[in-house]
Design a protein around this ligand. Sequence first.
Ligand code: ZN
Length: 296
Amino acid sequence: MPKDEKSRRDLVSLRENKKDSNNFGGELNRIGKETPEGLWTKCKNCEEIIYNKELEENFKVCPKCGYYFRLSARERIALLLEPKSFREYDKNLFPADPLSFTANQSYQEKIVEDQKKTALKEAAVAGEGFIGEHQAVCGFLDFEFLGGSMGSVVGEKVTRAIEKAIKKKLPLIIVSASGGARMQEGILSLMQMGKTASALAKFSEKGLPFISILTDPTTGGVSASFAFLGDIILAEPKALIGFAGPRVIEQTIRQPLPEGFQQAEFLLKHGMIDLIVERKETKKILIRLLNFSKPR
Ligand SMILES: [Zn+2]
């Protein structure tokens, strides 16, 4: 292991288990596997009752009002990658609890609870697969796991994915959904911002494309690091994207915020992102962008 990599790894708090466990390659090829039991779902926006099958067929976008239900990391894989093409990296990285953190619930208890709830080991899933004919390294954050927050493992998985893309000379695609840095790991979480950003600086020197996709919500330390460092930044309609919450900002600047502030449409208008893409079009758009950026 190179020296700088070794010293970087000393600065993280994680456990690694070499033994194989769950793999996302096989059965995760259908959206809506995680739709709650039962036939119907009530839309969180228009409160209409939607037939689950109809919701799944519409990529979990409400057919009545266009509300975007959140997708899990698995559902994103199914949405964007060719069936059975995904090979997961570092699937045995587990979070440690460096501060023995306890609030209402201990960090360790919360991890176990969210591991059960999501069947994930951590809030990030990274790996490689095919999008159309393009092989790419991909990362996905899952908001259901501790709010998609970035602790040592998420930062390490994203960094390793970037390094893998450099090594294999592949494009990089990361889909973010995150409340920000993970407070339960204190300063170690904040260090992941610098770590992922510096890995992306090396990636950028290679002339490889990084497409960042921001989904609802992308905030805090994730928006302030890798998520906004994409060569091309896409977002889903109406996604909440920002750094601090609106209330904190209003209190700081002592002014009411403009309407739609921190929504994808506002950010597009102000030049912060490149394109808003409808969920059902995302894969098609990615293929077009990868066609453009293909070395000739
Ligand atoms: Zn609706």
